[in-house]
Design a protein around this ligand. Structure first.
Ligand SMILES: [Fe+2]
Length: 456
């Protein structure tokens, strides 16, 4: 028989656990989703997704991104392997038979013992809004044809659907993420990519053949809809031990962005308008302190955003400011300290980051009140603050991050260590529907979702 003092000790322990839980665990949800424990492995180079298109000097790794500030331009890029070939792009709208043409430029680079193919970039401008265009590259040898649709004219109530992907890499899981995104009935029209593309730098001597394979893997999507690029740490490719001392060399040669159109002086920070959204891309791996070029650009950029034209203000960066995993914890902190007051002042709607290979969504919080004597140094609820989303769960070979700080901090609304992608679906000037989709689920299921109400 159990004696009474024993029972009272149990009661005390249980009560104190409940009290502690109430005091400490007042954050959001830590998902209890159970996934199969599997290693994340890169697909071998002879995988079908990396197949080289047939034909002499056939263009490969075809990709597009926005080519101006408001969506009437497109940068078309591709690689020819054998010889430079033609720099011409033919393009024509669905409704016309007349073929226009534009001439691009070719760049090449060397990285240790690797020499790139001929990397073509061609900007086509002054397209019609909301129009389907066909385009052809590889003229003269092996022409290949693709198409894209330009966004609608920039405006207040223009609906538009963005996909959100980060830290993708080229593993079997990366392929699952991309396939899942492609089959999502929400039909993303443009991908906002939050950095860490190929993970080639995880190979010996940063084997740049893995940049090529990544380009071929992604072509099935990015040749048809623009991806908006953010630079991550895996784009730095800084390797002085093999004589490679110029940061971002492969990324800079391969992925061009329209930075000049927003008055930026480098491709690492810039902005675009697309439908009713204003997207600002920042660089976690370039100087951002006071007086630096990035600081000065952002300081001028934020007041330029006209919210009665583009009510939705989105910021992309690689390293998250609000992250409650033990991995990369606080790496975004120094940038947060400098820029967060602006994000609150200008009522940024959402900040999307990657880097942490898991998923997390924050409450609307800010942490800007602290001044060395007042002791106010914790994040507090703030309706002027953005929602911070970490979407570094694309599926690269480094695998998932599962180690979380406990208890879940108050600012963290939902967190889960699963691979997936998200959708930011703008309905009109006041409403946008956000959803996160884990790879294990079918298309009908949303593992996390939130209505965004525009506060402007
Ligand atoms: Fe990263």
């Amino acid at each position: 028989m159990m004696d009474l003092p024993g029972i009272s000790i149990v009661v005390v322990v249980v009560v104190s656990l409940i009290v502690n839980a109430a005091v400490l665990c007042n954050g959001g949800i830590t998902s209890s989703f159970v996934r199969k424990v599997e290693k994340t492995v890169d697909m071998p180079l002879d995988s079908d997704v990396f197949r080289v298109p047939p034909g002499y000097n056939a263009p490969q790794q075809v990709h597009i991104t926005q080519g101006d500030h408001e969506g009437k331009g497109v940068i078309i890029s591709w690689v020819t392997p054998n010889e430079p070939g033609s720099k011409t792009v033919f393009y024509w709208s669905e409704k016309s038979k007349h073929k226009n043409h534009a001439e691009g430029k070719i760049v090449t680079y060397k990285f240790y013992n690797y020499t790139s193919g001929y990397i073509h970039h061609c900007t086509i401008k002054n397209l019609k809004f909301d129009t389907k265009y066909y385009y052809e590259v590889g003229i003269g040898h092996t022409p290949r044809q693709f198409w894209f649709r330009t966004p609608p004219r920039v405006g207040l109530d223009v609906p538009y659907t963005f996909g959100l992907i980060g830290d993708l890499g080229q593993s079997y899981d990366s392929n699952r993420t991309l396939t899942h995104y492609e089959s999502n009935p929400a039909r993303g029209q443009t991908v906002l990519f939050v950095g860490d593309l190929s993970y080639a730098d995880n190979y010996s001597f940063h084997d740049n053949n893995r940049w090529d394979s990544w380009g071929r893997f992604l072509e099935r999507n990015v040749a048809y809809q623009p991806w908006i690029w953010t630079a991550g740490n895996h784009e730095i490719d800084f390797a002085p031990e093999i004589g490679e001392t110029i940061p971002f060399k492969p990324f800079r040669h391969r992925y061009h962005v329209p930075y000049k159109a927003s008055g930026s002086t480098t491709p690492f920070w810039y902005s675009i308008k697309r439908a009713s959204a204003y997207v600002i891309v920042l660089s976690s791996y370039s100087a951002y302190g006071k007086y630096t070029p990035q600081y000065k650009w952002l300081e001028k950029e934020l007041p330029k955003v006209n919210r009665s034209e583009t009510p939705w203000l989105i910021v992309l960066m690689h390293s998250p400011w609000y992250n409650s995993y033990n991995y990369h914890y606080k790496e975004g902190e120094t940038m947060r300290v400098i820029y967060e007051p602006w994000f609150v002042k200008y009522k940024v709607d959402g900040v999307f980051a990657g880097h942490v290979h898991a998923y997390e969504r924050s409450e609307r919080v800010s942490n800007i009140a602290y001044n060395i004597v007042n002791g106010v140094c914790y994040p507090v609820n703030d309706q002027s603050a953005p929602v911070y989303i970490t979407i570094g769960d694309g599926g690269n070979l480094e695998g998932l991050v599962t180690n979380m700080t406990e208890p879940q901090p108050q600012y963290s609304a939902y967190r889960e260590a699963s691979f997936g992608h998200a959708i930011f679906d703008i309905k009109n000037r006041t409403h946008a529907y956000y959803s996160w989709h884990r790879n294990q689920d079918g298309n009908a299921l949303e593992a996390d979702s939130l209505w965004f109400f525009n506060r402007y």
